[in-house]
Design a protein around this ligand. Structure first.
Ligand code: AN0
Ligand code: CP
Length: 317
């Protein structure tokens, strides 16, 4: 594998899940692969799970790891070409990228959508520049439009817990006070469509996602109807995608919060969320604490998805 930014990069999903389950049985089976290889993890945004699970995955593979929080301690980076740099940013990404590439073998990047300009976000300008100018294989630790390490961990989790070949999986919008990116729902939809589950997306009007990610999913505006017979409920908030409201919060309607009364409409579904989650906005305490909540094993599988991805990138160096 040369890069990992979307579902297509992982190839056959059944093989990827098998590899993940094998890695999970013995996560130290490939410690020789990363000897004297260095991973650079770059964070333009905060993280708990991605930071720790990806670093752990690199250590499982015997790699050395460097972590840089770009906005805390490094020079502020200008990202636009052609700008007269007389403002508060002393360094340009176009120098910083090859410099950083010269110190490492693989680069992971977290860079959220900025909601300044839809085209800039959806063209993945930051990620693309790293791929073009770093000279290193690049993987996404959540970029503007996708969070593939999360979606891969979600797929592994569903495969571990499902009891029918083709489960009904429901992605539901839920309320949140701040504008959040579409990366997690976009990516989840992309992977669920590729896995060919019975996949349904439910959200209030105005929260339609980019059709390239919705694909052949069924969109159901009635959340209760969507929940009927579901085997997995995957909750997530996102800000509006559709113009002229791109990046805006249109609703914080708590009638969309996932609660036990709605979970009772499902086929005893498991509850999933990528975390961090705001309790009693996205999901009630009793649902997230219930026996059917998978949020902890789901987060634990982030170490497994990252180990598989780094293993494959190392094998191709
Ligand atoms: C981020 C998001 O919604 O994309 C990261 C989730 C993994 N969440 C927040 O910023 C709260
Ligand atoms: N799920 C996830 O990516 O969490 P962090 O933002 O804490 O890394």
């Amino acid at each position: 594998m040369k890069k990992f930014t979307c579902v297509a990069d992982i190839g056959n999903l059944k093989e990827a899940v098998q590899e993940a389950l094998e890695v999970k049985r013995d996560r130290f089976a490939y410690t020789h692969l990363g000897k004297n290889k260095t991973l650079l993890m770059l964070f333009f945004n905060s993280s708990l799970r991605t930071r720790l699970s990806t670093q752990k995955a690199a250590m499982n593979l015997g790699m050395n790891v460097m972590v840089l929080d770009v906005n805390q301690g490094a020079w502020k980076l200008e990202t636009e070409r052609g700008v007269i740099m007389d403002g508060d940013k002393p360094e340009h990404l176009l120098e910083a990228i090859p410099v950083m590439g010269s110190y490492c073998d693989i680069i992971g990047i977290r860079s959220f959508a900025q909601f300044r300009d839809k085209a800039e976000d959806y063209e993945e300008r930051i990620l693309e520049q790293f791929m073009r100018y770093s000279g290193r294989p690049v993987f996404s630790m959540e970029a503007a439009t996708r969070h593939p390490l999360q979606s891969f961990a979600d797929l592994i989790t569903i495969e571990e817990y499902k009891t029918v070949a083709r489960p009904k999986v429901v992605l539901t919008w839920a309320p949140h006070p701040k504008a959040l990116p579409q990366a997690v729902p976009n990516s989840f939809a992309e992977w669920m469509n590729a896995a060919d589950y019975d996949f349904v997306i439910t959200h209030p009007e105005g929260y339609e996602l980019d059709p390239q990610f919705v694909g052949h999913a069924k969109v159901e505006y009635d959340q209760r109807k969507a929940f009927e017979g579901a085997d997995f409920i995957y909750a997530k908030n996102w800000a509006a995608y559709v113009d002229p409201n791109y990046g805006k919060v249109l609703s914080t309607d708590r009638s969309w919060t996932v609660d036990s009364e709605k979970m009772a409409l499902t086929n005893n579904a498991y509850f999933m969320h990528c975390l961090p989650v705001r309790r009693n906005m996205i999901v009630t305490d009793d649902v997230i604490e219930s026996e059917r909540s998978l949020v902890i094993p789901e987060a634990a599988n982030r170490e497994i998805s990252a180990t598989v991805v780094l293993k494959r990138l190392l094998e191709n160096l």
